[in-house]
Design a protein around this ligand. Structure first.
Ligand SMILES: [Zn+2]
Ligand SMILES: [Zn+2]
Length: 362
């Protein structure tokens, strides 16, 4: 009969044998902590993610932070606190004698997600290089550093294909171009006349120039893929269209009486920016100041973007619907704040990656 193991945390409590993903673990009924014997923790992490080789983690522990006041339930030696992951505060207490590992209750879900967290941190903490510099210098577009979406972003790709196809169908013939703008662009005067309400929706799928289309579609591709993954396909499509229409309403209210037509997906995409900033606060986008490229936290990037729009609006700049951008962004922020708790509950990995445990390299 083996000697009963005592909880390293509660000391007087006996651990009970349990099975988790087919591996034996010892559970403390009082504090909920888990004791893994050699190899069992790696096996459980590997079972959660096919990409992980067994013994990937506890054989390659991050920094050893030093002994803690807990003792190994098997060999009674002091346990050592170790970082399980680089760039992430995820500590486990390990026995260097028998390679057993103690995981506290609060850390259990993070440990079971650790391989996904590790892969996400690798892409979030990638550095700027000559390639990212050349890309942004030539195209004037930011490079994104964020968790890779798990699912194929079919809705995002379809929206990009649809916008491009529509543009190709009307933009190269002046008569067709003018006819399409007359009937399907958003005109505040026409809306006030009680006419053409459909243009709130159709204007979202039109663009004024190739550059306008390309810039919008790049940003849709960057933020759309992650949001579609977090929300699910239909909800993502619904919120995209909702933000586009809401941005149109703001634009009409701000430009009452105007006969200048407004087109573009920018208002809908600005709405996506608002949600993205709130759900992926530890993501980064690069910003280029003349020739100096820097990774910025998304909220700084969008703050600069918003400031440029406010400046353009106050300066009375023509040719850009600043109010649609600002309106879409504010609606996106409101939706982002209202839905954040639900989105994070449905995507615990995103909640982990938004937390202060993440150590970012910017
Ligand atoms: Zn305990
Ligand atoms: Zn031990």
């Amino acid at each position: 009969m083996p000697r009963s193991k005592r909880c390293p945390h509660c000391t007087h409590q006996t651990l009970q044998v349990n099975y988790y993903h087919g591996e034996e673990v010892d559970v403390c009924r009082q504090c909920g902590g888990l004791w893994f014997e050699k190899g069992n923790l790696d096996a459980i992490i590997a079972a959660k993610d096919a990409r992980v080789e067994q013994a990937d983690f506890t054989d390659n522990l991050g920094q050893v932070l030093g002994p803690c006041d807990r003792h190994c339930p098997d060999c009674a030696r002091p346990l050592q606190t170790c970082h399980l992951l680089p760039d992430y505060h995820l500590d486990v207490d390990v026995c260097l004698q028998c390679d057993g590992a103690w995981v506290e209750r609060e850390s259990v879900s993070q440990v079971s997600k650790s391989s996904a967290i590790k892969h996400a941190l690798e892409s979030m903490n990638g550095g700027v290089s000559w390639k990212t510099w050349v890309f942004q210098f030539l195209l004037r577009l930011p490079v994104e550093y964020n968790v890779k979406p798990r699912s194929t972003p079919w809705v995002t790709w379809t929206l990009i294909a649809l916008n491009t196809l529509i543009f190709l169908l009307y933009a190269f013939d002046t008569r067709t171009f003018n006819a399409v703008i007359t009937h399907f662009a958003l005109s505040p005067a026409a809306i006030q006349a009680g006419d053409a309400y459909w243009t709130f929706l159709t204007a979202v799928f039109l663009h004024g120039s190739l550059l306008h289309l390309a810039g919008n579609m790049y940003f849709l591709w960057v933020v759309g893929a992650n949001l579609e993954d977090a929300l699910g396909k239909l909800r993502f499509l619904g919120l995209y269209l909702f933000c586009g229409v809401a941005a149109g309403v703001v634009s009409v209210l701000a430009n009452l009486g105007s006969t200048i037509p407004s087109v573009g997906a920018s208002g809908a995409i600005a709405g996506l920016f608002g949600m993205y900033a709130l759900w992926f606060p530890n993501a980064s986008l690069t910003f280029m100041f003349f020739v100096y490229q820097k990774k910025l936290a998304v909220y700084w990037y969008f703050a600069i973007w918003l400031a440029l729009n406010l400046f353009g609006m106050l300066a009375g700049g023509q040719g850009v619907d600043y109010w649609a951008h600002i309106g879409g962004f504010v609606v996106g922020l409101a939706l982002g704040a209202a839905l954040r708790r639900r989105v994070w509950a449905a995507n615990p990995l995103l909640a982990h990656l938004a937390g202060p445990e993440v150590q970012l390299r910017r």
